[in-house]
Write a protein that binds this ligand. Structure first.
Ligand SMILES: NC(=O)c1ccc[n+]([C@@H]2O[C@H](COP(=O)([O-])OP(=O)(O)OC[C@H]3O[C@@H](n4cnc5c(N)ncnc54)[C@H](OP(=O)(O)O)[C@@H]3O)[C@@H](O)[C@H]2O)c1
Length: 287
């Protein structure tokens, strides 16, 4: 695949909406105009999918970059760009979710979102979901989903909700693949988005990835990205470094063999981020 094919390849969600499989992550982009610059570089270099969240405190900057980019490129329309945001855990009660969503639209300065997620499975997740179902039915968001849901959260959710989530965004990388969740989602027609796919830039610490990078004359970050891509996960590598933003989508020139995918799947496993069920982290926010 060419770089352009990587950047334009789309996965069909269970409601028919097409979601670009490659996008820009924007967590920890909130110093000065970091997010503005990074999003502009990404859009200028063919990215058409941006992942943000209320929690990242950069939606205003991202909205500004989007507006400036579209003004400069009349051939590109708002509809050509896929924007995801997420409702933060403190705002999962119904009225708060409603307010938070309207503020997200205002900050991004957009009429609608392409995807909105329940950021973590809090005890109020069903109230947040009820609001998102209504926003979806009112046409304010083209797809709705969840994030950091494990199999037990999804099993309960699927029994209770009217509209099935289209996406589950979870931590997946060679050091923590969550294949149980990935398989459950794929069986239930829920697309998985991978977060921290590049292990926060620490993939060089895994010898197998170093060997594969040598073999394919690429970097360990790109081996990790291609591994998730080949598992049909959506990938959203984050970078504020223009050279990396431009280089990260160059994963089309090689294909990992089935044996290599299996070897990566069999690496020792350890979470980097928080466990959604960890009471010591989430305290009274979870059941
Ligand atoms: N749903 C959730 O709860 C959740 C949680 C975490 C993240 N996310 C989403 O997932 C996205 C990706 O995850 P992440 O940002 O945590 O981690 P990541 O994308 O795995 O890693 C980002 C880090 O890798 C560095 N990096 C970027 N390209 C590189 C390259 N080619 N070589 C070496 N290092 C490189 C970046 O540095 P520079 O920026 O300095 O270049 C940054 O420090 C986030 O940005 C966010 O949108 C969602």
């Amino acid at each position: 695949m060419t770089r352009e094919e990587i950047l334009t390849h789309k996965i069909k969600l269970n409601n028919g909406v097409l979601m670009p499989q490659f996008g820009l992550g924007t967590y920890l982009m909130n110093k000065q105009d970091e997010a503005y610059q990074a999003v502009l570089v990404a859009l200028e270099n063919g990215y058409r999918h941006i992942d943000t969240a209320q929690y990242y405190k950069n939606e205003t900057e991202i909205g500004r970059a989007l507006k400036d980019f579209l003004a400069k490129h009349p051939e590109v329309k708002r509809a050509d760009i896929f924007i995801t945001s997420k409702i933060w855990n403190d705002d999962h009660e119904y009225e708060k979710a409603k307010q938070a969503f309207s503020e997200i639209l205002k900050r991004l300065d957009v009429e609608y979102l392409d995807l909105c997620l329940v950021h973590w499975p809090t005890k109020n997740r069903y109230q947040c979901w009820k609001f998102l179902e209504e926003a979806y039915q009112a046409g304010k968001v083209r797809a709705i989903g969840v994030s950091n849901f494990k199999v037990h959260h999804l099993e309960d959710f699927l029994k209770q909700v009217k509209i099935k989530p289209m996406v589950n965004q979870i931590e997946t990388h060679p050091g923590f693949n969550q294949l149980d969740v990935v398989e459950f989602c794929q069986k239930n027609d829920i697309v998985v988005t991978s977060w921290r796919t590049m292990m926060g830039g620490k993939t060089d610490e895994i010898p197998l990835l170093v060997d594969l990078a040598k073999k394919y004359q690429t970097s360990t970050t790109q081996i990790a990205l291609k591994w998730a891509w080949q598992l049909n996960e959506i990938i959203i590598p984050k970078s504020v470094t223009p050279k990396r933003i431009i280089d990260n989508p160059n994963i089309g020139s090689f294909t990992l063999t089935e044996e290599e995918i299996t070897a990566i799947n069999n690496l020792p496993q350890k979470r980097i981020g928080a466990d959604p069920d960890d009471k010591s982290v989430w305290k009274n926010l979870i059941d």
